[in-house]
Design a protein around this ligand. Sequence first.
Ligand code: ZN
Length: 519
Amino acid sequence: MIRPVRPLGHPWGAFRGMKINQFEPFAANCYFVRKLTAMHGKWLTLGFIFLLWIGNNQQLDAQGGPLTPVPARKAPGTEDSLFIRRLADEILVNGRAYSNLRILTKTVGARLSGSAGYYKAEAWGQQCLQDAGADKVWLQDCLVPHWVRGGKDTASWSGPAGSGTLDILALGNSIGTGAKGLEAPVILIHSFDELEQRKDEVKGKIVFYNYPFNAKFVEPFRSYGDAVRYRVFGASKAAKYGALAVLVRSMSESVDNNPHTGALRYDDSLPKIPASAVGLQDADKLAAALNGSGGGSVKVYVRTMAKMLSDTTAQNVIGELKGSEFPDEYITVGGHLDSWDPAEGAQDDGAGCVHAIEVLRALKATGYKPRHTIRVVLFANEENGGRGGERYADAAKERNEKHLFALESDAGGFTPRGFSLSLSEDKLTLIRSWLPLLQPYGVYAFNKGGGGADVTPIGQQLGVTVGELMPDGQRYFDYHHSRGDVLENVNKRELEMGALNMAALVYLVDKYGLDGGGR
Ligand SMILES: [Zn+2]
């Protein structure tokens, strides 16, 4: 008798690996095969057996049987798709994301670290988390920088081609010019390379960095990542060569003239000089005047009153749903509570805060009992220091907490497209098997990448997988850090779609883990 290659499971498994010239001796010893052969001939019988073998293998594979090794983790299925549908219904029908955002933007408004608005926002966050059904809500102290704008920023230009005002906003963390303001000739610089080449012309002037978003990049976050170095490092680089102040083309591709502020970082070894962002229409106007003047004869007057005060204490606002199986293991979901001062911080990052709160609310409202503890964190001070995210990571490390996953929403409340996750391609392949569950709600990609700025420290310090919601980015920089970041520029349905996809992902991670081990 032919010895079956793998005598496992169903007897038809015995045919695996058998060659055609091995069939006859096997058939001679098998009553059933002899009968079949007598009735239908050798080839028909072989065909019949082959079909049964295929069916058997498929069945074993689907059951995680022995022929093909499969990971131990349970596979998402119908039960999950039904539960995600319930989460979706809860968020789309009874959702609180938009009404919570309305209160945050219209009754709290701007909330930069150290401002009265920030502390009002902390109270708002605590209330929302309690109303959402958190088992526990608390505050985590954190030392934050306290920068103030100090008044209205103004600027004007004059030169051979004419004169006019410039719509500007001092950059966050910048020093001001003082009440008298500052007037100096302007030098137009298109890149740091050009600054190096023309460093001898910079002394005593205002450097105007006019580096636009690269329109060839399809993804605006890529354009922002490319251009933002002029806002962050431009002041100190120009100060190195004796510049008196800098103007920076706003980080945007909008068609309006709103200036977009945002943080700069001074090099402490160099003099600190005032820095402001210019609206795009005025940036184009100023560049045209400079190009037409032959250089050197255009002057700008700028007056800003900004200053950095001493550090002060603020709080991360945290709410939890206690885990039923692993209460000491955490899944974090968050956004940042602080926002820039020109507007209401609706897209950046009120949307992320209400997304995170809505995840907890919807899980609770549907009666879901999380296996791990789900923590919502409204982080302090993302915009001009990142101290809230660092504090949360330090505290988790001190307490030796086990964290499974930290997800942030800090790219706006637009229609969700995907998630970026700090996972290897191998692990992402596993997670991508969840996509059919999210595709009905618009998410079609899990990309290799990172998380938002506030979850990055916990990712780095504890090796936690971090992730970020990726909404459609085309309109984000129309509003980001500008007076356009108001509730009216947030769409209720788009906001809710973000929350429901985050809730679905948190549910799947809670149930199946991220490494295929179910934990
Ligand atoms: Zn943000």
